[in-house]
Design a protein around this ligand. Sequence first.
Ligand SMILES: *[C@@H]1O[C@H](CO)[C@@H](O)[C@H](O)[C@H]1NC(C)=O
Ligand SMILES: *[C@@H]1O[C@H](CO)[C@@H](O)[C@H](O)[C@H]1NC(C)=O
Ligand SMILES: *[C@@H]1O[C@H](CO)[C@@H](O)[C@H](O)[C@H]1NC(C)=O
Ligand SMILES: *[C@@H]1O[C@H](CO)[C@@H](O)[C@H](O)[C@H]1NC(C)=O
Ligand SMILES: *[C@@H]1O[C@H](CO)[C@@H](O)[C@H](O)[C@H]1NC(C)=O
Ligand SMILES: *[C@@H]1O[C@H](CO)[C@@H](O)[C@H](O)[C@H]1NC(C)=O
Ligand SMILES: *[C@@H]1O[C@H](CO)[C@@H](O)[C@H](O)[C@H]1NC(C)=O
Ligand SMILES: *[C@@H]1O[C@H](CO)[C@@H](O)[C@H](O)[C@H]1NC(C)=O
Ligand SMILES: *[C@@H]1O[C@H](CO)[C@@H](O)[C@H](O)[C@H]1NC(C)=O
Ligand SMILES: *[C@@H]1O[C@H](CO)[C@@H](O)[C@H](O)[C@H]1NC(C)=O
Ligand SMILES: *[C@@H]1O[C@H](CO)[C@@H](O)[C@H](O)[C@H]1NC(C)=O
Ligand SMILES: *[C@@H]1O[C@H](CO)[C@@H](O)[C@H](O)[C@H]1NC(C)=O
Length: 776
Amino acid sequence: MKTKNINPSRFMFPFLTLFMCLSLESRVCFAVDTISTNQSLSGNQTIVSAGGVFRLGFFRPGNSSNYYIGMWFNKVPQLTTVWVANRDTPVRDIYSSVLIISDGNLVLFNESQVPIWSTNVSTSSDISSSVVAVLLDDGNLVLRDGLNSSTILWQSFDHPTDTWLPGSKLRFDKRTNQSQPLISWKSHDDPAPGLFTFEIDPAVTNQVSIVWNKSQLYWFSGTWDQRTMSFSLVPEMRMTSLSNSTYNFSYVSEENESYFIYYLYNSSTIAKLFMDISGQLKYMSWLENIEQWLVYFSQPRQQCGVYALCGAFGSCSENQPFCNCLTGFQPTSQQNWDQQVYSGGCVRKTKLQCSNASVGAGRRDQFVESGYTTFPTHPQNSMAVSSMECKSTCLKNCSCTAYAFENNQCSIWVGDLLNLQQLGQDDTTGNVLYIKLAASEIDTESSPANKKRVIVVAIAVATGLLLSLVMFRIMKRRRAIISTELGNDLLVAFGYKDLEKATKNFSEKMGKGGFGSVFKGTLPDGGIIAVKMLESINQGEKQFRAEISTIGKINHVNLVRLRGFCSEGSRKLLVYDFMPKGSLDRHLFRGIDSEPLDWKTRYQIALGAARDFGLAKLLGREFSRALTTMRGTVGYLAPEWISGVAITPKSDVYSFGMMLLELVSGRRNFEHTSDGEATFFPIWVAQQVNEGTDLLKLLDSRLNGNANSEEVSRICKIACWCIQDHEIQRPWMSQVVQVLEGILDVSLPPIPRFLQEISNEEEHTVTFTDKTISVS
Ligand SMILES: *[C@@H]1O[C@H](CO)[C@@H](O)[C@H](O)[C@H]1NC(C)=O
Ligand SMILES: *[C@@H]1O[C@H](CO)[C@@H](O)[C@H](O)[C@H]1NC(C)=O
Ligand SMILES: *[C@@H]1O[C@H](CO)[C@@H](O)[C@H](O)[C@H]1NC(C)=O
Ligand SMILES: *[C@@H]1O[C@H](CO)[C@@H](O)[C@H](O)[C@H]1NC(C)=O
Ligand SMILES: *[C@@H]1O[C@H](CO)[C@@H](O)[C@H](O)[C@H]1NC(C)=O
Ligand SMILES: *[C@@H]1O[C@H](CO)[C@@H](O)[C@H](O)[C@H]1NC(C)=O
Ligand SMILES: *[C@@H]1O[C@H](CO)[C@@H](O)[C@H](O)[C@H]1NC(C)=O
Ligand SMILES: *[C@@H]1O[C@H](CO)[C@@H](O)[C@H](O)[C@H]1NC(C)=O
Ligand SMILES: *[C@@H]1O[C@H](CO)[C@@H](O)[C@H](O)[C@H]1NC(C)=O
Ligand SMILES: *[C@@H]1O[C@H](CO)[C@@H](O)[C@H](O)[C@H]1NC(C)=O
Ligand SMILES: *[C@@H]1O[C@H](CO)[C@@H](O)[C@H](O)[C@H]1NC(C)=O
Ligand SMILES: *[C@@H]1O[C@H](CO)[C@@H](O)[C@H](O)[C@H]1NC(C)=O
């Protein structure tokens, strides 16, 4: 490094006289966007770009005690970092560390005044005294000659961390044959380079790809098609060319470099594309009115499409938590596991006998069945001709950890089992793997194969889930305060003391979700309740009550029933019926232990939901986020969510249509059927409706055709109208109700083009057809 140790007194003077921002939160900031020779940045000081878009200063990620120099969105209340300078050389004490211009470079000195990060460019001595660092409104930190702003010496856009901002290049340097990568953070607490890299594919420079540990490519975009303005394997991008888009994306190939670049049409849109610690590339946009980040797309779409996400001896499933250790194994680090950093994988609970010969008298190692999984990477073929022989081959080899015998072929695995994915019970593409364990482990495992996970259906989650069980129970009420428009359904205002008592002083915590923790409780009348304690609700009493009555109106749709609330000063709680049977999801989708819901109930749910339905505001807040995060896919949202034009009640109609189709089929719309039928269900329905075939064949096969065919036909038709591309074609919710009630008839719906595009692409795309989503 060019810079030398410097004497603190050299910068202490300006440091004391030129304060910029006294507080990160403070709105009364000097609008300083520049660090010049006479200014430095230390402690909680920050600089802000001229238009107030970005802010730069020390920040502390998550629960870490380390500090970094970073840049974040100034107008977003939740700290959202887009760039980090010293990503792997943190400081502890921000008051004795300083970011300063030194010898023509921007340099970060740590507590001992040792330079730990620098822009590290050589500047001629004639300009080095006038060098300044300026934070621009596009998120570029530029080091330039203070006397001539067109002389740019260094810019953060050339040194991205995990985020690709609009207006910056994702570059490939033809002279060095190297890409400029985005590298994920290690964890939410640690911005140091993690395992996942997003970059221009050096072998195919008009394609982008994601690579694990700089070695294993697990996702690629397909080549850029200038005509459709999209990557061949990312048809989602295309919808922006169908409707009004929020961004334009282009590929440029020049003599010395090629690059991708995108711009947002509306400069007030806050959005970013970044390589997430989950191993997925995500594009998200800040929705100001609901104060939430909305993830528009993730690639690969499915979490288990990320290579070796769960590390050695871990197994990935599409349900949260995504990673579990194989039977007989435990997380290498529970702490990392809790932070959703799974790459460390799992270790044996008990050593194998084989590698522990000194014990001698111990019992031989045994095998446990894995349940349906994908094969881990790097199988070795063995000559064994029978299952017994295959097993004994593995038993004899101390490094062998698993075997499989399928189609008369014996495969064994030596060493770590990587990239294993747990599949649903009815997924016939799965294989059964036999995993070697110490004999004592087998005795202690009560149900080795396919252990069912108990999913606590926390109300917090249910709040966001569209599909939660609708219960038409009549509740006893104590004090009625708010009368909602649901007719005689009233909400109870509980006293805080009553809830404290009911929950035994909030002792039984069931879970934690977006807006607070949920506790189980029992009312004096014996009713079991779930109490959600809302956190950081910065709103007045009137607003809170307005919100409550809103939730009250739609609770049949997406929640277990809201019974009442408590609002005493800053204490805001919501009281729900406790649902021991779990959510609709579990009954509707193919669960392990649940009975499928009969047709009559499904129709009631559809009708009940349709009548209560219709509040974009609340849905926007909790539900859209849940949809994108839980479903991880964009197809459940109306195209306008993606293109960014105004969200209206008709956008909810779209999602409602998708839900109706799931009620019919009993599976996720994006799930592939077990018989290998690749056609995307909503499109299939639209086609069948148009061909006038018997729609009963669309019905969940577990119902054995037990349904009213007239009702099935009505639901399918109206659902197809709900999922039309253009809002204007979609019905109003009141019309949906009338159709479901049989009062109104509908004509044949056209086949929605947007969904068809997604579906057409899916048929040729290996990367998307990962595996069936299983629900347990
Ligand atoms: C600064 O650049 C020089 C060469 O230009 C290189 O040797 C040195 O490692 C760099 N230092 C840092 C901290 O990047
Ligand atoms: C920022 O630093 C100043 C001076 O050290 C201090 O008075 C102020 O409380 C700090 N603000 C925050 C938010 O920490
Ligand atoms: C820095 O301060 C010195 C003396 O206070 C002054 O002469 C010089 O012009 C200043 N430089 C800049 C870039 O403001
Ligand atoms: C920080 O730590 C607290 C308590 O240990 C925990 O509840 C919280 O989830 C952690 N936050 C993050 C972002 O890890
Ligand atoms: C500052 O950085 C140097 C070099 O990395 C390191 O040796 C020193 O311990 C650091 N000082 C502190 C207080 O961490
Ligand atoms: C500023 O720098 C640019 C390029 O570095 C140069 O072409 C221009 O003449 C300079 N302007 C002045 C006023 O020095
Ligand atoms: C650049 O790298 C790619 C992929 O590693 C390789 O196929 C290609 O031959 C290289 N080109 C040059 C000019 O080195
Ligand atoms: C990543 O690769 C390096 C060697 O290139 C290896 O040492 C390291 O263990 C790998 N990381 C994981 C998580 O496998
Ligand atoms: C885009 O928006 C403009 C004005 O907002 C409108 O006139 C135009 O029809 C829209 N185009 C499409 C394809 O929706
Ligand atoms: C994309 O948008 C930017 C800014 O609006 C504009 O400068 C650029 O020409 C556009 N590029 C294409 C290919 O449309
Ligand atoms: C490409 O690089 C060469 C040599 O470094 C340089 O002479 C040329 O001007 C560059 N071309 C462009 C378009 O920047
Ligand atoms: C740009 O976005 C802002 C905030 O989202 C919005 O208020 C404004 O109407 C948008 N402008 C246009 C031209 O769409």
